[in-house]
Design a protein. Structure first.
Length: 363
């Protein structure tokens, strides 16, 4: 079996180990992608810290882009040499969720422990999130990838495959934002900035960004926030009410996994409004809300996974908007690293001050 370099997690909370692992050639319906870039997402860090459990050893990494280097049988519409983004959305195409247009909720399980990866000794190695992209190459299903223009930088393309579709998709697909609506975005990190620009693209009237970092609020304005609120202030929702002319928002997008953000989300919400839950707290964490208020005010609450995207439909228009200068991607990258520097890149992400750190592979 061919050997590649990968960053392997052997123990939750311990540094990743760069080592040789085996990657099987693509089977039916699969492609091999030689990666140009993979970004570090907070989900990778949560997994590596053991927040959500899972099999070890494992290779995380799921926000990636590269060039197809091998094609399995039964692959349609893709060829060796195509530039693609690689997503974790592995959909079967035939289950009730897929058939009704919700591939992010695909019901067909994927056995990531017995996927294409094996340790150098031939033991099971989990292809976490169906990608295992903290590695030089990945083997993924053809439904997980979308073709992109070859001239598009792989670093910015990688961002589209998770943070961008999650944030922009939450505003456009999950919240179904209409032009003229008022939006509050809690959290101005990687996903939050994308939720803000998704709200801008959808034509929101006023976009209030809430964060506990002044620096992030300044960046939020660059991405389209019309007002900013310091989340650590006393009763911060009052400032939001003021910004929205004395009322709550039509939509509140919670883009961070912090429980205080979830606890406060309803306070920002107006009559008939809805909360979209995007940020992912650790398993077992609980938030509180007052059902009587939500019932009396006709409010709703929905979860959104990966921006409810259909990648084949949504990624091409996002690429177009980027190329037209209407979707910011370059500004999301705060650091570029090598695979060998991945632990430093993860540590930098954990400080909370980074936007996206991207691992670049020399091709
Ligand atoms: Zn992610
Ligand atoms: Zn399915």
């Amino acid at each position: 079996m061919p050997t590649i370099k990968a960053a392997v997690c052997h123990e939750f909370g311990a540094p990743l180990v760069i080592e040789d692992v085996h990657l099987a050639p693509p089977k039916g319906g699969e492609v091999e992608v030689t990666l140009g870039a993979v970004a570090i997402c907070h989900s990778d860090i949560s997994f590596a810290e053991g927040a959500w459990g899972g099999f070890l050893p494992a290779v995380y990494g799921h926000e990636a882009a590269g060039v197809i280097s091998a094609v399995g049988d039964g692959v349609h519409g893709f060829a060796e040499g195509d530039s693609v983004v690689v997503t974790l959305i592995r959909s079967c195409g035939g289950c009730p969720s897929c058939a009704s247009g919700a591939p992010t909720l695909c019901e067909t399980p994927y056995d990531a422990v017995n996927g294409p990866l094996k340790t150098a000794e031939g033991a099971p190695l989990m292809q976490a999130m169906g990608c295992g992209a903290f590695a030089e190459r990945v083997v993924v299903d053809q439904r997980q990838i979308v073709k992109i223009p070859p001239e598009l930088g792989k670093d910015v393309a990688a961002l589209i495959s998770c943070g961008v579709i999650t944030g922009v998709g939450a505003a456009v697909n999950a919240a179904q934002l209409r032009a003229g609506q008022d939006v509050v975005v809690i959290g101005a990190g990687g996903v939050g900035l994308n939720a803000i620009q998704g709200a801008r693209i959808a034509g929101a009237r006023r976009i209030v960004a809430v964060d506990i970092s002044e620096d992030k609020l300044e960046i939020a304005r660059e991405f389209g926030a019309t007002h900013t609120v310091l989340g650590s202030a006393d009763a911060p929702w009052k400032a939001s009410y003021k910004a929205l002319g004395g009322k709550g928002a039509d939509v509140v997008l919670v883009t961070v996994g912090a429980i205080p953000a979830y606890d406060q989300a309803t306070r920002y919400l107006g009559m008939g409004g809805r909360i979209v839950m995007i940020g992912m707290p650790h398993s077992g964490a609980k938030a509180t809300y007052e059902p009587v208020i939500m019932a009396a005010l006709g409010q709703g609450m929905i979860g959104s996974k990966m921006g409810d995207v259909v990648i084949q439909r949504d990624i091409p228009w996002m690429v177009d908007l980027y190329q037209q200068g209407r979707l910011k991607l370059d500004e999301l990258i705060s650091g570029r690293w090598t695979l060998n520097g991945i632990n430093a890149a993860i540590a930098d992400t954990k400080t909370g001050s980074a936007r996206r750190n991207v691992i670049i592979f020399d091709s």
